[in-house]
Design a protein around this ligand. Structure first.
Ligand SMILES: *Cc1c(COP(=O)(O)O)cnc(C)c1O
Ligand SMILES: [Zn+2]
Length: 416
């Protein structure tokens, strides 16, 4: 193999080359992609990166992209927006939102992981790509498979949000609903992966998939003018995203592109599915699996594959983890929308709710630079807001009718 990256065991450090698989056959620990950072140093510079297209492919030296691969889909480079109005509401004077609710093409950060996983699906000769999903991954695999000519088979818990189901089917993917929760779907997919020669982006392509998450970290650093924030709040499902943003910052430090600094990592979960947050609060890395029950479906993974590494990254960084109730999730979605004009999904409500709690606890300080990761779009989870904004009766298309209407509205708001 002449690639600039290779799979390496996270625990015993054995190299495995590049091939489908996510577990070390010697010690059963997870595999991770390693790079020759010294080889990357010459071309991975601020100046070179600035000249490249505005997508995650601009970080090619630190992504597992086979030589000669031509990216077709401009994923990533989502806005990092200064969020003074939300900051004023929750007590931060230097708050930013990294807004992956507008990622291309399917409006969540999962577009990143799929873009990277499919480079390897092609390299390994898979014609069919697949995944187990809590929704957003399903959308991203279906869309990018269509664009790149793969067949797609998608496995989901039967009771996902309708918009996430429709937003998979529209791309022509084969959708299999499973009468069970995500952890059961995922177990089934591991068995299917052994029987069929399919590329499961989050199972046998998982080490490559996970590298896509790093680009959230590279973009935040670049968009802050190549420096690192003090704190970052990240929603957690399997725990991969938070672990990989951590890896991204460490790679940038190792390459000397940003100053050496310990960024505090804060994990966010729904209380109804909070195995990682529980572990952090109990001061340990081991995860006790849970049976999920929360409106934050995209985060409802009771047995998180990267929970151990997520909890370790949080604890060693000096950060913490919080979790919030379904009511607080809805309140967080509304607060984000009314203060910043950003409609994030339930996971965004989790992030905002947890950030608010962490600031109130003094774990995040008012004057520190803090980035919140908004990872998915609220138009996919409108069910969470069902019934909250009752429609008033339609009025006649006449000025007099509106004058009467506004008179009543004002009278009502004067009373309330
Ligand atoms: C999948 C997902 C996450 C978290 O992903 P992990 O890497 O599994 O922790 C966060 N937010 C949204 C909206 C997601 O779909
Ligand atoms: Zn090993």
């Amino acid at each position: 193999m002449s690639e600039h990256y290779t799979l390496r065991c996270r625990e015993c450090n054995r190299d495995w080359g590049n091939r489908p698989g996510s577990i070390c056959e010697d010690c059963l620990a997870p595999l991770e992609v390693k790079y020759d950072l010294d080889a990357a140093r010459a071309s991975f510079t601020r100046e070179n990166i600035a000249r490249r297209p505005a997508s995650l492919w601009r970080y090619a030296e630190l992504l597992p992209i086979p030589a000669g691969y031509r990216p077709e889909i401009p994923v990533g480079m989502t806005p990092l927006v200064s969020s003074a109005r939300l900051g004023a509401q929750i007590g931060s004077r230097r708050l930013y939102i990294k807004n992956d609710a507008v990622n291309f093409p399917t409006l969540s950060f999962k577009d990143r992981v799929v873009a990277v996983a499919l480079t390897q699906a092609k390299a390994f000769g898979f014609q069919t790509v697949s995944c187990s999903s809590t929704g957003n991954l399903a959308n991203a695999v279906a869309a990018q498979a269509a664009r790149q000519g793969f067949d797609a088979w998608i496995f989901i818990p039967a009771d996902l949000e309708p918009a996430k189901i429709l937003g998979t089917q529209v791309f022509g993917a084969r959708l299999v609903r499973i009468a069970g929760n995500y952890d059961q779907v995922n177990r089934l997919c591991s068995q299917i992966g052994e029987r069929f020669h399919w590329g499961f982006v989050n199972i046998n392509l998982r080490p490559y998939y996970a590298e896509g998450s790093k680009t959230v970290g590279y973009e935040i650093a670049e968009q802050l003018g190549w420096h690192l924030p003090d704190n970052i709040v990240v929603p957690m499902a399997g725990g991969s995203l938070i672990t990989k943003i951590h890896k991204a910052f460490q790679e940038l430090i190792a390459l000397g592109i940003v100053e050496s600094k310990t960024v505090r990592f804060f994990g966010a979960q729904a209380t109804g599915c909070s195995p990682i947050s529980r572990a952090v609060k109990n001061g340990k890395d081991e995860i006790d699996p849970q049976k999920p029950s929360t409106i934050a479906r995209s985060l409802a993974i009771g047995n998180p594959a990267d929970g151990l590494y997520a909890s370790r990254a949080i604890r060693t960084s000096g950060g913490w983890s919080e979790d919030v109730s379904d009511e607080e999730i809805v309140a967080g979605m509304e607060l984000l929308a009314t203060s910043e004009g950003i409609f994030g999904e339930t996971a965004a409500g989790v992030t905002v709710g947890c950030a608010k709690a962490l600031i109130a606890q003094g774990r995040i300080q008012t004057d520190e630079e803090t980035v919140l990761c908004v990872t998915g779009n609220g138009l996919k989870t409108t069910d969470a807001l069902a019934g909250r904004y009752p429609l008033e009766d339609a009025i006649e298309p006449r000025l007099a009718a509106f004058e009467k209407f506004i008179g009543q509205t004002m009278a009502v708001s004067a009373v309330s």
